[in-house]
Design a protein around this ligand. Sequence first.
Ligand code: SAH
Length: 390
Amino acid sequence: MKKDFTKIFRSRYPLINNDAIQNPDVLKEEGNIIDLVDEKGNFLAKGYYGIQNKGRGWVLSFNQNEVIDQAFFEKKIKVALTERKALFEDPDTTAFRVFNGGGDGIGGLIIDYYDGYYVMSWYSEGIYKFKEYVIQSLTNAGDPRGIYEKKRFDSKGTYIEDDDFVTGERASFPLIVKENGIKFAIYLNDGAMVGVFLDQRDVRQTIRDKYANGKSVLNTFSYTGAFSVAAALGGATKTTSVDLANRSKAKTIEHFSINEIDYEAQDIIVEDVFHYFKYAVKKQLAFDMVILDPPSFARSKKHTFSAGKDYPELLKQAISITNNNGVIVASTNCSTFGMKKFKSFIEKAFKETGGKYSILEEYSLPSDFKTSKDFKEGNYLKVVFIKKIN
Ligand code: SAH
C-alpha cells in the first residue's frame, strides 16, 4: 500500500482502492487472497483481489492469522442470518436483505431473501470465485428452498444476462412476498431487477401508516409502483405513478391488483417525469404528497439527470405542484454526497421558490442493510419528508 494509504487501513477501512496500491503488477488472478502490507512489509490487512469500479478488492480480515476458507464465509453468513432473526420470524415481512456486503464483513457480496429463496449478487469476478463457499453456507445455515444469483460484473460493472437459477427448487413466478403486509410480485429470473427495492421498507410503511390517508399522491420515478401501493393501502384518495419505462405500467397494475386495489381508479403514466411536471404546471394540478425517487444518474431522450447536480431543480418542480401543507418525500440513493448536502439542496430549492418548509422526518438504510462505520459510502440512502408551508 502506498504510504499515504496505510493509515486508512490501520483504522480499518475495508475497500482496496486502485489508487492505494503501490505495485498493482503483483495482482494476478481475481479471487486471489492477498495481504496488504505497508512500505516496510508490515501486515495491514488480508483481503481478496476483485475489480469493482475503482476498487481492486475488499479487506476480509485485519488478523494476519485468519484463514479465508469455507468456515470463514459460513461464520460471517451465520452471524448475518442471526442478526435478521426478527425479520425471519415476522409473518408480515417475507422479503429482506440477509447479507449486505462490507457491512456484514464481505465486500462485493449481497444476499437478499424472498420467501424461502436467496439471491446472491456478485459485484466482481473475484468474489464470484467464492461462490461454492456461499452456496454451502446458505445450505448449511439458511434453509433455502432455492438459490438464484445476479452477476453484476460485466466490463461496465453491470448485470450479465443469464439463467440466474443456481440450485435447489426453481420458484414459480410471480413469487408473492410480503413487506409489513404489503404484497409484491417478484421475478427472480428476469434480469437485473426483481420488482422491488427492499431498502425503502421503512419509508413505505411510514407513507402508508402516517401520511397517505385522504391524500392525493404523485409518485415520480415510480418503477413498479411500490410507493403508490403503500399510499393507496394507507387510504390515499388517488395515486398517480409516473415512470419512463414501458414495463412499469404492467408491473404497477400487477402490484395494485395483488393488493386488491382497483388500478383503474389510479393513474399510471408512462412518461418522462420532467415532461409530466410541465404538463402538471400547465394544467394547474397540485398534490398533497409528491414522492421523488430518481436514479442517481439517468439519460432520457431530452434530459440528463445527475442527482448531485440536478436534485435542487427537481425539488423546485415538485414544490410548484405540491399543495400548501403538503408533503414532499425526497429520496436519493446517490452515494457521492451525504445527508448534509442533500439538506442543502432542499434549502436551496425552497429559497429559490420563495417558500417555507419544515423537515418532518428522515430515513437512511433499514437495519437489514447493515453498514459499517468504517465505510461511510456504503450508507447511501437518504430520504427526507418535507412539509411545504406556504
Ligand atoms: N421509486 C421506485 C424506484 C425508482 S428506480 C421504487 O420505489 O420502486 C428509478 C426509475 O426511474 C426507473 O424505473 C426508471 O425507469 C425511471 N426513470 C429514469 N429516468 C426517468 C425519467 N426522466 N422520467 C421518468 N422515469 C424515469
